[in-house]
Design a protein around this ligand. Structure first.
Ligand code: NAD
Length: 707
């Protein structure tokens, strides 16, 4: 059933929000709730109204899909419904179970009374999609829980447990045990005692020094928010609630701010990311209910940079880990690093000593493959060398139990080839973690030719458990992210050859919003990694001119921060980059050697060439079916490579610029010193010519998958 329903219970009407899965307040739901409320109002037998949801969700809030569509403003829109519950001549009581978020919580805030289960959670998460609460949340919540708590909740967007708000005016009662029965009892008391409505709007915002508090909060919020406008806008709206002449003036100000943000490019980008994250979990030919394999224990092979981080990720999720190394010394070193990382978290008070002890107790170090016999999944993170991987996979195949998942963390090697080293390629999958694996949220789940559907479904489920954002990729050199990065890095190198210096490129890219420019990123990750990959490719018969300057840098021994010198110099213990005249002179000499007359390159060209190089490769990846959708590519770049969230990812950004504009720019750059990468990918050329977009391509594809 997809409708709220009115159950008169004695003289108490129960209106149930019933729009699975999260009780979003879609137009249809609002219409039904409003008419149920009107019926209850009109029915003389009804003395009070309870508004309830499901056990898991009172309501997840407004239907974000309706934003910027006519359905959002179709009557009764949310503000109308909120007003109806507030003005109802009969007592309205919100009964909060599960989770009440955003518009759903705002509806509850307008009711005359609220009751909640102790573990239910309430919150206003709009800030996470670049908005502020738009249906009175910034006006009513401070009046019910106090200014400080409200500012914290609204600016962070984080929900709170009802029990933790029990001592505020938010709740008439926190109900242990049967929530509905308890709520009905409250309703009867309200009716019997003729209790007047306890409206948030009637409560004064009793905070003696609001100017001082907001004056203190504002710079802190601004510093943390950086380029994000919504957190400060939350403070503005809350302040309007205090300073406006009337409550309704405050509401109007909140609406004005809300709609301003709603139209803005930043909230659009954040909403794109919101939907992208939900879409990424869907795999067209693997239904959500596909069987999965149980995972109760994990094996990790290799206790280096990645293996250690991967082990920590599973330990953090409470899963036991057997960590295998080739020799005792390397094993001891790996375990010591894990312990040191946890100890540092304890020192920073991010982890308790008990948690540290518990996690280390779940970790079993070994140098014997026999210990991996019982593992449900084993992830190898040994050297990026096919011969080493082959030896490891063959050995693993001989010891792992039937049905165990065998995963590789390779960054660039062929997962199908790795799978073929075993007698069970259907059980093999790529799990490409990013460094540091215990911190970075992205996980590329690499689906091999033979990977079984239940193995893929298990990997997706496991990703959730270890709090990673999983994006499915097909097999190709570099998968989604590193394959695109390759084009981006090549373009950065060409910019140096044509006239830029590292600091100029990094500065422009960072002003665009990237966490780090390409050269600072190279210094952080280690320039020798790309050097090794280029050497391998050359040995495999694929030489390239892309990394010529980077090769020279490595030949100078400048591998990056780890050697104290890369594209920049680094002082001991510092991460601040300082330009190095020898590097800059090497770059200028290199251009002369190629016969390129260096020229001044403006900011726009730098951004376009770097970002459109990503977009063009992304379009190839999409067309080849390596990525399932353009929005998946955006997620990879946002979560693995520091692309600015406020720009929504490279493919979304290209859509906002307009694909024809992007293609025209590519054609312009094709007339420059490095024309070869600028042939528009057939998909982008086709979409541009049709006046279409990557978003439309995604929608069409998902419609095709459903039909
Ligand atoms: P690393 O050199 O830090 O660690 C590799 C570890 O594997 C070493 O401790 C080594 O002793 C161990 N090892 C080597 N051969 C072994 C064997 N036969 N049996 C058991 N252990 C063995 O390397 P890393 O950076 O952790 O990379 C590991 C893998 O992860 C590579 O495939 C790499 O491409 C991939 N990867 C690396 C990154 C990164 O940023 N470093 C990111 C994603 C994926």
């Amino acid at each position: 059933m997809n409708s709220p329903s009115l159950h008169p219970v004695g003289d108490v009407a129960v209106i149930q929000l019933d729009n699975a899965p999260v009780n979003a307040l879609s137009h249809a739901t609002r219409q039904r709730v409003a008419s149920e409320l009107a019926r209850a109002e009109a029915d003389p037998a009804i003395a009070a109204v309870l508004l309830i949801g499901s056990e898991e969700f009172f309501s997840g809030g407004a239907d974000v899909k309706e934003f910027n569509t006519p359905a959002m403003l179709a009557e009764p829109h949310l503000a109308t419904l909120v007003r109806a519950f507030e003005r109802c001549p009969k007592p309205t009581i919100a009964v909060i179970s599960g989770t009440a978020l955003g518009g759903g919580f705002e509806l509850a805030l307008a009711c005359h009374f609220r009751v909640g289960a102790p573990d239910a959670r309430v919150g206003l998460p709009e800030v996470k999609i670049g908005l502020i609460p738009g249906s009175g949340g910034t006006q009513r919540l401070p009046r019910l829980v106090g200014l400080e708590t409200a500012v914290n909740m609204i600016v962070s967007g984080e929900p709170m447990r009802c029990a933790d708000l029990a001592n505020t005016a938010l709740f008439t009662r926190i109900i242990e045990g049967n929530l509905l029965e308890g709520a009905k009892a409250v309703a009867r008391e309200v009716v019997a005692n003729r209790m007047p409505p306890q409206l948030a709007r009637d409560r004064p915002l009793a905070y003696p020094h609001h100017e001082a508090f907001l004056g203190f909060a504002r710079p802190m919020v601004r510093a943390k928010a950086g380029a994000y406008p919504a957190p400060i806008a939350c403070i503005d709206a809350i302040e309007a609630g205090i300073t406006a002449a009337t409550f309704d003036d405050g509401l109007r100000k909140e609406q004005e701010i809300f709609f301003g943000l709603l139209q803005g490019s930043q909230s659009r980008a954040m909403r794109h990311v919101f939907f992208a994250e939900r879409a990424a979990a869907k795999i067209p030919d693997v239904p959500a209910k596909n069987p999965t394999r149980p995972i109760a224990s994990v094996g990790v092979i290799g206790a280096g940079t990645m293996g250690g981080g991967i082990a920590m990720t599973f330990l953090n999720a409470g899963l036991p880990v057997i960590l295998l190394e080739v020799a005792q010394e390397a094993l001891d070193k790996g375990i010591a690093t894990i312990r040191r990382n946890y100890e540092s978290s304890v020192r920073k008070k991010k982890l308790s000593q008990a948690d540290l002890d518990q996690r280390m107790a779940l970790l079993r170090p070994t140098v014997s493959y026999d210990d991996l016999r019982g593992a449900d999944i084993v992830i190898e993170a040994v050297f990026e060398d096919l011969a080493v991987k082959e030896a490891v996979l063959r050995k693993l195949d001989s010891v792992a139990k039937p049905g165990a998942i065998l995963a590789t963390n390779t960054s660039t090697l062929d997962v199908d080839r790795i799978a073929a080293y075993t007698r069970r390629p259907a059980d093999v999958i790529g799990l490409h973690f990013f460094s540091p694996a215990n911190v970075m949220r992205l996980l590329e789940v690499v689906r091999g030719k033979a990977t079984a559907k239940d193995v893929l479904a298990t990997a997706m489920q496991l990703a959730k458990k270890i709090r990673k954002l999983a994006v499915v990729s097909g097999v190709c050199d570099g998968f989604i992210g590193n394959r695109m990065l390759h084009r981006y890095s090549a373009q950065a190198g060409y910019l140096l050859e044509e006239g830029c210096l590292p600091a100029q490129v990094d500065g422009v890219v960072e002003r665009f919003g990237f966490a780090m420019g390409p050269f600072r990123m190279g210094d952080l990750a280690g320039n020798d990694i790309g050097w090794a990959i280029r050497k391998r490719r050359a040995a495999e018969g694929h030489p390239s001119t892309d990394g010529r300057i980077a090769d020279q840098l490595c030949e100078m021994g400048r591998f990056g921060q780890k050697t104290g010198a890369g594209w920049y110099d680094y002082r001991a213990g510092e991460r601040t980059p300082y330009s190095n005249p020898e590097v800059d002179a090497m770059i200028v000499r290199h251009s002369a050697g190629l016969g390129i007359a260096r020229r001044k390159i403006d900011d726009r060209e730098i951004v376009e060439r770097l970002v459109y190089a990503l977009v063009n490769e992304g379009a190839c990846i999409l067309e080849e079916g390596i990525a399932q959708r353009a929005s998946d590519i955006d997620l990879v770049y946002l979560n693995g490579y520091g692309f600015p969230v406020l720009r929504g990812g490279p493919m979304f950004y290209a859509d906002t610029v307009g694909l024809m504009e992007v293609v025209n720019a590519m054609r312009r750059y094709a007339r420059g010193a490095h024309p070869q990468p600028w042939t528009p990918a057939p998909l982008i050329a086709k979409l541009a010519a049709a006046g279409s977009s990557f978003a439309a391509f995604d929608s069409q594809k998902s419609a095709d998958a459903i039909s």
